[in-house]
Design a protein around this ligand. Structure first.
Ligand code: ADP
Ligand code: MG
Length: 325
């Protein structure tokens, strides 16, 4: 299984919506997918599962959520439990998130430096997300593991990203997203180096495989692109024009001027603002590109549904290709 995280330290750039739609599209394309919600806000879980099901998972005990799988390890009463991913659709399962996950931030933060001393427990904790996802992936014979995280550069996200072979960076076309790119690029490089350093100091016979910490950038996705000739669209274009150069320099560490081709090969997709399709999809609890007239997608909406299907199909194809799936 190969793993892919969606990451930007700017929030509200469509990370979670993108992951949700891509997960469904990959599953429709016969890939076996397991997603994990490592954002303590648990928005992804809220998109995949109805509230009553999430509530019963939270109160169930046992390895129902990303947090409860780790709980014995964090509390020092045992090791990681085997996750019990929730079936969402054919070939698609989710390890749900949990607000309580925010409680592991301190522990992950404390164990990171201890890896430098070669302490076994430090590695066990730091590698917990990776082990959770890979063992669930193996049990489900998954081809791809998708990781959703919140918008910050803290210890939870560091461990989440260390478990990612690949990273896609969703952006909006605004100042904050460009700034986000400038932060994320160097951060990924730092985390890669810091993990490598720790990996080299790990004791032998840990009893599990350590994450590789690849975090290879696949490209960026622009979401909520507005194609109208309005003033907002002009402002949008201005920031969009800066993305290729910023991505090339900040994320790929290329020298200035490397991204001056007509077509930016790092731009995986430019997704429209799908407007009312999004709330309709949330209501129907299905991806926008599968909305039917019975879900309210009548008249002109059906053309938008079809266009959305093509957008995500083409995005899924590029990501599969770049991940070597
Ligand atoms: N392409 C899109 N078209 C319309 N609405 C979108 C689109 N992408 C995201 N949204 C909406 O924008 C908001 C933020 O998206 P979300 O996926 O939660 O971002 P993030 O995970 O980066 O915080 C949500 O209300 C979502 O429904
Ligand atoms: Mg999110």
């Amino acid at each position: 299984m190969k793993t892919l995280a969606f990451f930007n330290n700017k929030g509200g750039v469509g990370k979670t919506s993108l992951l949700y739609h891509l997960a469904h599209m990959l599953a429709l394309r016969e890939r076996r997918v397991v997603a994990v919600d490592l954002d303590p806000q648990a928005n992804l879980s809220g998109m995949f599962l109805p509230d009553d099901r999430i509530e019963s998972l939270w109160s169930a005990g046992g390895p129902a959520t990303a947090y409860s799988v780790m709980q014995p390890l964090i509390e020092g009463t045992g090791d990681l439990m085997a996750a019990r991913p929730q079936h969402v659709a054919d070939r698609l399962a989710l390890i749900p998130g949990d607000l309580t996950l925010s409680e592991v931030e301190d522990e992950l933060s404390a164990q990171w430096p201890r890896c430098l001393n070669g302490e076994a427990r430090a590695f066990r904790v730091t590698a917990a997300f990776d082990r959770m996802l890979r063992s669930a992936g193996a049990a489900l014979r998954a081809d791809i593991g998708l990781i959703d995280v919140g918008p910050n550069l803290g210890a939870i996200n560091r461990c989440a990203l260390v478990s990612a072979d690949f990273v896609v960076i969703p952006i909006g076309a605004d100042l904050f997203s460009i700034r986000g790119l400038q932060n994320v690029g160097p951060k990924l490089r730092a985390w890669r180096l810091e993990w490598k350093d720790r990996q080299d100091r790990a004791p032998k016979n840990l009893g599990f495989e350590l994450p590789k910490g690849g975090m290879q950038p696949v490209g960026y996705v622009v979401s909520r692109y507005s194609s109208h000739g309005s003033r907002a669209a002009k402002a949008f274009q201005r920031w969009l024009d800066r993305a290729p150069q910023t991505y090339s320099q900040a994320v790929l560490d290329e020298p200035p001027g490397s991204a001056l081709q007509e077509e930016d090969k790092n731009r995986l997709a430019q997704l429209k603002d799908y407007r009312s399709l999004m709330p309709m999809a949330q209501e129907a609890r299905k991806p926008m590109f599968l909305l039917k007239p019975a879900d309210g997608a009548i008249g002109g909406h059906q053309a938008a549904v079809l266009e959305c299907y093509r957008d995500f199909e083409s995005l899924a194809k590029s990501i599969e290709e770049r991940m070597g799936l």
